[in-house]
Design a protein around this ligand. Structure first.
Ligand SMILES: *Cc1c(COP(=O)(O)O)cnc(C)c1O
Length: 376
């Protein structure tokens, strides 16, 4: 059986976790959290990175920090994970869903402007499969209408748009280190803060509304309750697990990329023959091989292919029931404009196994089965 995902593991994780335990440093903001924050800051160039308990929580922090409130509108794609919307719905805001581009499955930057009203406060692009949205156009619109930009870069670590790291364009960027992502800590994430002046507020919200972060740096001699907040910091043991992978980030990414390229090459003839669709990486975008997907003709063909692969020991998955069609989406959000691609393309998309240590032989085996299905 070739499973869909295997959590990344490099070999150093246990040693680092053991160190946390032996040094009695297991709570949040310990040495490994600091190392991870520093690594992400160096890698992406963001002003500040704060490790969080999840990407969902990083997005919640961003929603609090942007001051989005009841009655406000936030523009985002409907083809995304629920957390993108949840964070803003928790603040009483309305997600306004905009259609996606069929080539990248990202929000269609050319449809955003028409969805802006005098209640719009933020745009939340999600970089699907680690392939960037058109950030040039999105940042231009945000500037023109004075809107905040929060990037759901859950899948986007190590990816760039015109040479700049995903998660560093908007005021806030959110990474995920869930076990299905390129680098993991079980459950975890990070908030990237672009502007120096927002760092202190973020630290306070993350530490239960206190100025404890300042206290630990020795900048004040006692800490107290300053603002509303919550607890968004992960245990240092989780950070230790993650750090082992960040140290090997280039190697992990290269290995995933080799699989991605091999799938693409193997399946290219099927795309040429008009049987399937393959992912597009627009010019200016460098991706991180977060996922490899194909597109079938329609949902019936996809279901048949999933079953066919399963019978041959390959686990493939699809995801994202468009949010605007889900019970909570109907209740809390609205779709602006026409759903030309969101539903149709989401029903065609199928993800093939992709994880660190997937072997070239396995990629060939999976590709052969996909070809077998279309040759049957
Ligand atoms: C994985 C993912 C999330 C959620 O990440 P968690 O760390 O599990 O909270 C949010 N948005 C997108 C697009 C994701 O892929």
């Amino acid at each position: 059986m070739i499973t869909f995902n295997v959590p990344p593991y490099t070999g150093k994780e246990m040693e680092y976790i053991r160190e946390c335990v032996e040094n009695q440093k297991i709570c949040g903001d310990g040495p490994y959290t600091k190392k991870c924050n520093q690594w992400i800051e160096d890698k992406t160039g963001t002003a500040k990175c704060l490790l969080t308990t999840s990407c969902t929580h990083a997005t919640e922090m961003a929603a609090l920090l942007t001051g989005v409130k009841e009655g406000d509108e936030v523009i985002m794609p409907s083809y995304t994970f629920v957390s993108t919307a949840d964070a803003f719905v928790l603040r009483g805001a309305t997600p306004v869903f905009v259609d996606i581009r069929p080539d990248t499955m990202n929000i269609d930057e050319n449809l955003i402007e028409a969805a802006i009203t005098d209640r719009t406060r933020a745009i939340v692009p999600m970089h699907y499969a680690g392939v960037s949205c058109e950030m040039g156009k999105i940042m231009e619109l945000a500037g023109k209408y004075h809107l905040a930009v929060v990037e759901d870069a859950a899948q986007g670590i190590m990816s760039t748009y015109k040479g700049k790291a995903l998660g560093t364009f908007g005021e806030y960027g959110c990474f995920s280190f869930h076990e299905t992502k390129n680098f993991s800590m079980g459950e975890g994430g990070a908030l990237l803060i672009r502007d120096e002046e927002n760092i202190e507020d973020a630290e306070i919200i993350r530490e239960k509304g206190t100025n404890r972060s300042k206290f630990y740096r020795g900048q004040i001699d006692k800490y107290t309750w300053i603002n509303y907040g919550s607890s968004y910091l992960p245990s240092d043991m989780n950070a230790a697990y993650l750090y082992a992978q960040l140290e090997l980030a280039e190697e992990i990414t290269a290995a995933r990329m080799a699989c991605w390229d091999r799938y693409y090459e193997n399946l290219y003839p099927l795309a040429q023959a008009g049987k399937i669709g393959l992912p597009t990486v627009p010019e200016g975008c460098v991706h991180n091989a977060h996922m490899f997907y194909i597109k079938t003709t329609d949902i019936e063909e996809r279901t048949a292919l999933i079953d066919y692969l399963k019978e041959r020991g390959v686990h493939s998955v699809f995801h994202y029931i468009p949010l605007h069609t889900a019970p909570a989406g109907l209740k809390y959000g609205r779709f602006h404009g026409e759903d030309r691609f969101t539903t149709r393309e989401s029903e065609r998309l199928l993800r093939l196994p992709m994880f660190y240590r997937l072997t070239p032989e396995q990629v060939d085996e999976i590709s052969a089965h996909v070809k077998g299905f279309y040759g049957r």
